[in-house]
Design a protein around this ligand. Structure first.
Ligand code: HAM
Length: 423
């Protein structure tokens, strides 16, 4: 490749360009809005953190930590990692700033990019965007239901409906160790290859997530956590489901769900969309009652979710739906001459100050080219003026839908446009 060859963006990272980027923004904002309506406060955190935070928080045996992290030494020889997910960083910040010493639960929401060195394919990116929430410090099944309902409401507010909520319980300290033993006893009796056996030793649940048909067949009758919950974990799960029923949030119990991160306890869930092919998870989350103490904080519980903005955009497209502005501006100015340009530049600024989206034809294009640009912008109205109009003290206000045009006194243009746009 010669030095002058054009650059390509990094592999597996999407660019969102206008006009489609409006979908991305509307999805992100719509999901965040659902969280804010439930009292979650915005938190902005570093894109990179101490590598050990993720190793300890997310779990050494996960693919995310063992294979997918963007880890490097900074110039001070510290090992840092581009955040692969948001929960560990939120927990670090909550502990560091003592938010857990104030009113509980601490309810936080965030959005932004996360980084995983995965094999890129449709819907699986190396820089992925999430909207997430975390509710920390209260172990109440009603809070689990709230978190799930916020995600459900966020998706539905975008018009999405071809998804389902899968839910299970992964138990807690009182029942998981015994279940783990039971599962290992089952797995060790199977004829597993060396790598899978090793996985069964380190994290037996992961074997239930194996996609190979022969392993699937062998593990079809494996014991599942849901059948071995302690009384309190079972009561918690049943209460979460009762709240979801009361809220009218539909779900299916999937006792074989395996999440990609190790911190989950009790309620665990995923939102799955069937229009997306292999990468069908549009969001997921759950409780992580041991995480705070594992990261050096108090022993407080927590629950949250991460929703995939990229995949939600794809899911909407799969449903043939669109959200967000379809037009770039409301008004497009077409100046024909220097004097007209000076006047329209000022009118554009005044209209913008009044909240109207305005663009202008720059570069002294002829009328035809400028009107084409006006049409392409999606504007409802065009302001068309030549120097002669300006001398007469007027600007032409043209309705780009009907083609109808009227002359309006320069001083009245802002008021005239505002009233036309509000009709
Ligand atoms: P996660 O399931 O790893 O959970 O990711 C959440 C969502 O991010 C997924 O459901 C998916 O929509 C999206 N996602 C993940 N990886 C990719 C990728 N490579 N390309 C495109 N989209 C992707 C978490 O990250 C947890 N922190 C969620 C959580 C918060 N649990 C408790 N609190």
């Amino acid at each position: 490749m010669s030095d002058s060859a054009a650059f390509q963006g990094p592999k597996g990272v999407p660019d969102y360009l206008p006009p489609d980027s409006a979908q991305f923004v509307a999805v992100r904002d719509g999901l965040l809005d659902a969280a804010r309506r439930a009292g979650y406060g915005d938190i902005e955190l570093p894109i990179f953190e101490d590598t050990a935070l993720f190793a300890r928080g997310v779990g050494e045996s996960t693919d995310v930590v063992s294979k997918e992290m963007y880890t490097f030494a900074d110039r001070g020889e510290r090992s840092v990692t581009l955040r692969p997910e948001g929960t560990a960083g939120v927990m670090r910040a909550v502990i560091q700033h003592g938010l857990d010493r104030g009113a509980l639960p601490v309810k936080l929401c965030y959005s932004g990019p996360f980084f995983r060195y995965e094999r890129p394919q449709a819907g699986r990116y190396r820089q992925l965007q999430q909207v997430g929430i975390e509710a920390i410090g209260v172990d109440d099944p009603a809070l689990d239901a709230e978190v799930i309902a916020v995600a459900d409401a966020g998706f539905r507010s975008l018009g999405l409906d071809g998804f389902r909520l899968e839910i299970t319980s992964l138990g807690d300290d009182t029942c998981r160790p015994a279940y783990r033993q039971l599962l290992q006893d089952f797995l060790f009796k199977l004829d597993l290859d060396e790598a899978t056996r090793k996985r069964a030793e380190i994290n037996p649940l992961r074997v239930l997530d194996d996609k190979r048909p022969d392993v699937r067949a062998m593990t079809a009758d494996a014991p599942v956590m849901l059948d071995h919950l302690s009384e309190s974990a079972k009561a918690h799960f049943d209460t979460v489901l009762a709240h979801l029923d009361a809220l009218g949030v539909p779900y299916v119990v999937n006792p074989r769900m395996v999440r990609g991160l190790d911190y989950y306890t009790k309620t665990t869930f995923e939102f799955v969309h069937d229009g997306l092919g292999a990468q069908s998870g549009i969001g997921g989350g759950g409780r992580y009652d041991g995480l705070m103490s594992q990261l050096g904080g108090q022993d407080l519980s927590g629950i949250g979710f991460g929703l995939g903005v990229d995949r939600t955009v794809l899911a909407l497209a799969a449903e043939g739906k669109s959200v967000g502005a379809t037009s770039r501006v409301d008004v497009f100015g077409v100046p024909l001459g220097e004097q007209a340009k000076s006047v329209l530049v000022v009118l554009a600024a005044k209209l913008r100050a009044a909240g109207v989206r305005v663009d202008l034809a720059y570069g002294d294009r002829g009328l035809k080219g400028a009107m084409r640009a006006a049409d392409r912008s999606g504007a409802v109205l065009a302001l068309v003026a030549g120097d002669r109009d300006i001398e007469a003290g007027t600007v032409g206000v043209k309705n780009l839908g009907s083609g109808e045009q009227v002359d309006v006194a320069v001083d009245s243009v802002v008021a005239d446009v505002l009233s036309r746009l509000s009709n």
